[in-house]
Design a protein around this ligand. Structure first.
Ligand code: SIN
Length: 332
């Protein structure tokens, strides 16, 4: 059987164009189709070897505008292709701005068995396709190298020669080409001259994790979870404003608070969050620190009554939405 690798396009800077080739900032994301992006990858055939490549456009957007429905569209296409026996791996060309969120969502929504032997590699670029020195073609080639690597599996992110675990990766720089970081664990591996050098193992699928009810999400919509940040001089105003939206057609179901240090929350905001919690809104706290996660449950006064998630704030928001959706489905 001839093996196949599928490239899915979501838009982003990798598919962006500017009026002038020297402009790496004032461009429009999501302009070039994924098939054309593939055509611009030098030496792609060498990377592919005997494997075939197919390209499919799923979305064509600036990822800052990504909607939950786009995740479901992508999930549907990814699931379709992963189920094909001849497909050895997938590459998704995505905008950098919300790439870590999409990667985490896919990681949670795909059944572990479909990722046991195949790699789903998200890649991106920090310079538009029209740039004098675009980084997209190299990242696409590296992503394809990883997707074809024997033994590679799980949801991965490849950028600037580094292979990251979807669960840990974060965009950490608004301009640098090497814009992603995996925190204390570091990258899983490197791509050097077309060769993968693994620094640790491929991510193991979390078979024990509650499966996300995707059909439920499609049918019932996404539970609304909002994000607030605690800081010096914080008040309860943001939380109280959110509570006023609790009865809208899309009611407030959860709040993630990015807390200071070890997930602590300003006493004014904490008081408002306790009211929210009493009214049935799920409150989850995380640390706003770039590295590490909330340690232990103890901290000042009441913050400890809010569950702490060991995720970044944006990933915790996804985790809470999925948890609430699954719970709703289980109850009904
Ligand atoms: C986007 O996220 O779609 C635009 C920014 C980027 O890809 O770097």
């Amino acid at each position: 059987m001839v093996q196949r690798i599928v490239f899915l396009g979501m838009g982003g800077t990798i598919a962006g164009t500017a009026q002038t080739a020297g402009d790496n900032v004032g461009y429009k994301a999501g302009q070039v189709g994924v098939a054309d992006l593939l055509g611009a990858v030098p030496g792609l055939q060498t990377v592919l070897g005997d494997s075939l490549a197919t390209a499919e456009q799923v979305c064509q957007i600036d990822s800052k505008d990504l909607a939950h429905a786009d995740w479901l569209s992508l999930l549907e296409r990814v699931s379709h292709h992963l189920a094909m026996p001849e497909v050895t791996g997938l590459v998704v060309a995505h905008g950098t701005d919300t790439l870590e969120e999409t990667a985490y969502f896919l990681c949670r929504a795909l059944a572990p068995n479909v990722l046991m032997h195949k790699a789903l590699v998200l890649t991106c670029a920090m310079r538009p396709a029209s740039s004098l020195a675009p980084d997209g073609p190299g990242n696409m080639a590296d992503a394809a190298t990883v997707a074809l690597q024997p033994g590679a599996h799980g949801v991965l992110v490849v950028c600037a020669g580094k292979v990251h675990n979807a669960a840990h990766v974060q965009k950490v720089h608004p301009y640098r080409v090497d814009a992603f970081d995996s925190g204390e664990g570091g990258p899983l591996g490197l791509v050097e001259e077309g060769q993968v050098r693994l620094l640790s193992g491929w991510p193991e699928p979390d078979v024990g994790q509650t499966r996300v009810d995707v059909a439920g999400l499609r049918a019932q919509g996404w539970p609304r979870v909002e994000l607030v940040t605690s800081h010096a001089g914080a008040s309860g105003a943001m939380v109280r404003a959110l509570l006023q939206t609790a009865d809208e057609p899309d009611p407030l179901r959860g709040i993630v608070v990015a807390g200071t240090g070890n997930g602590t929350v300003h006493k004014e905001m904490e008081a408002a969050l306790l009211v929210a919690q009493q009214r049935g809104v799920r409150v989850v706290r995380v640390s706003r620190c770039a590295y590490g996660q909330v340690v232990g449950s103890a901290n000042t006064s009441h913050s400890g009554t809010f569950a702490a998630y060991g995720l970044s704030a944006v990933k915790a928001r996804i985790a809470l939405m999925l948890e609430l959706a699954t719970r709703e489905v289980n109850i009904s």
